[in-house]
Write a protein that binds this ligand. Sequence first.
Ligand SMILES: [Zn+2]
Length: 594
Amino acid sequence: MTSTTATSADHVAWDLEPLLDGNDVDGLLAAADTLAGAVEAVRGRVADLDAGELARVMSDLAALHEQLGRAGNYAHLHLATDTADPAHGALVARVQERSTAIGTRLIFFDLEWAAVPEDRAEELLADPRLASCAHHLRAQRRYRPHQLAEAEERLDAEKTQTGATAWSRLFGELTSAIEVPLPEGTVRLEEGLARLADPDADVRRRAAEAVTAGLAPGLRTRAFIFNTLLLDKAVDDRLRGYPTWLSARNLQNETTDASVDALVAAVVRRYDLPQRWYRLKATMLGVDRLADHDRMASVATTAPTFAWDDARDLVLAAYRDFAPELADVAGRFFADAWIDAPVRPAKRPGAFCAYTVPSHHPYVLLNWTGTRRDVLTLAHELGHGVHAHLARPQGVFHQSTPLTLAETASVFGETLTFARLLDRTTDPADRLALLAEQIEGAIATVFRQTAMNRFEDAVHTHRREIGELSVDDFGDHWERTQAAMLGDAVQITPGYRTWWSYIPHFVNTPGYVYAYAYGQLLALAVYRRATEGGPSFVPRYLELLAAGGSLPPTQLASIVDCDLDDPGFWDGGLRIVEELLDAAEAAARDAGRL
Ligand SMILES: [Zn+2]
């Protein structure tokens, strides 16, 4: 597996020029402006449009999204490869301002469309000329019972800038200024947290103490911001008539309160799985019990590296084994300059796939260093890319899936590649390292995010039923919900009680975190169907990807035989995590670590 041919990824850069399609950014923005004017011509008349007229408006809107999408992606992707160039930042800001201005002009359309009576709307949506936007238009109406009058909506949108949005931004500025006083010098929070993976237990303990010390200044201010946003959300939910703190998020995700409750309950029932892993890890690290700051400690004793060409061949072979159609699409990312791979100064960290617009093709950004994790990340992002590419014929309104299905193809592709890699790995220490990485990924995505959802549930409920929370109240809820997941397998140190106070999701996007668990377990369940279903499963999987977001999530999932309304559905994905644990325990024994 370790390669001797050191082909690098230095030459692997994407070509963004085709995005402009011979135009320039300002030309695209001007075209979008003109199209917005055409849409505005129906202001006050949306309820009176017939199907043909509505189809023409939707086609103008689709063209408008195409223009803005081209301009926006061009600007953002340029900035991603070189964030230090002020011209790139200025271009993004210009596109954003123009897009917001256009969006504000078009608020009327959503509101008027939502006000169209139900039977009239269904009559219109049955017309074949509206097929390419029917689900989108139907889904938009789901906010109907929660919408306010246009004047109130405008007021709300404008005042949010100095309300919730301003508080979130202040929280972001305060947390990015957090300094962690390590013995060898002060570092930023992310660097402090990164030390928790250090193989040396003393380094981890000192890093944790320093992070706790770094979180102390401003803790009351951050708690105040969080309290304010908890109240803001409670007011919003009351005015808009949402029954629970999570209902608005569930509606946005096109899922139901009941199905999310079933997911959370299923994961909480299997808290024994992370506990089993942390006990196993304690034994491997030679301690009686892990402390909270030992959880990220690496158990790997080997770190193979991969040449770019070998990684490409491996991922494409894994895809091809499942379905040649997938490998053919994935291959184009390499052949046609749809990937930007190397690490460069001022390049955005991490990895992502940009769908762009249906008339173009997706792009993948990586920061390739040749680690095993990088190979799986490549497989993951190509999964997104293949999904985006196969769903292009759905058009701009139906290409993207709802959030809860957005990770299906990516996790699927990653799991195919992982299985192939594991197959080829015979050395027990290598197998253990590979499995450990996969298990810790699953714990982070499924169990940790669910425990965080329980924390959110506790603080939103507390704010609504009891009132403002003290720093200690936040600490109590955090400690209790983390302890539920960790059981007696991990000792929680007193300093850990404040570690809720830097997590941006709680403040920026309330209720978001469960979507990680939802998406991961759904994708693993689909993978399970694939391994059980044999060749007859392949065409249905391809049909699922090609459907993009043209149907509600329950109907998309049913294409591959998944019943999201069945409370037992989630157990299938959780069993895969259990099998990984079985395999890791066997590998640890073979490697002499137990
Ligand atoms: Zn992803």
